[in-house]
Design a protein around this ligand. Structure first.
Ligand code: COA
Length: 151
């Protein structure tokens, strides 16, 4: 893959073996602890009304990156989170991360979302640059996690 490729951002409507393969090549580049997905688990996610998967694809259907936007209503409004942002190492720095993030923000806006949140750990310099370049600002808050499987 080269950086001169024309990329389009797609929202897959069904799980396919090719998409599962592509995502399973990207997931370890996001987190070494990420478990591989299956056709069924991808299908469950894609068909969930709250989850919106975006993939960057070239004209041959090769996937260069992905992002998931999760939209949910709560009492204080329609909110959204961005998760699982990753671009293949071979095509980083070509604007794919920005393209994916901007598409997600556009959909969030169309869906009446008031805020889009995300977390990114401190060592992810490229990700921080990306998010700040499209308008995200760091909030003065703490992120807590309860690991349910530990009960
Ligand atoms: C973060 C990531 C998605 C960025 O994707 P990308 O397609 O390479 O990013 P883009 O080409 O769209 O660049 C977007 C901005 O980030 C900057 N950027 C990209 N790579 C960078 C790097 N290694 N160091 C510093 N800034 C970088 C770009 O310069 C650009 O900002 P600018 O226009 O102000 O110069 C990609 O590096 C990645 O997949 N990293 C590993 C997984 C990860 O960290 N995901 C985020 C989880 S929170």
């Amino acid at each position: 893959m080269t950086t001169s490729i024309e990329w389009r951002i797609e929202q897959p409507v069904r799980s396919t073996p090719e998409l599962v393969l592509a995502i399973n090549q990207l997931l370890p580049q996001l987190s070494q602890r990420a478990s591989p997905i299956t056709l069924e688990s991808l299908d469950e996610m894609i068909t969930a009304p709250s989850s919106h998967l975006f993939v960057a694809q070239d004209s041959d259907g090769r996937v260069g990156g992905m992002l998931t936007l999760v939209v949910f209503p709560i009492l204080t409004g329609q909110r959204a989170w961005i998760e699982d942002v990753v671009v293949d190492t071979a095509v980083r720095g070509a604007g794919l991360g920005r393209l994916l993030t901007q598409k997600a923000i556009m959909l969030a806006s169309e869906l009446g979302v008031t805020t889009v949140d995300l977390t990114s750990r401190s060592g992810r310099v490229a990700a921080h640059r990306l998010y700040e370049s499209v308008g995200f600002v760091v909030r003065d808050t703490s992120v807590y996690r309860f690991v349910v499987e530990a009960i």
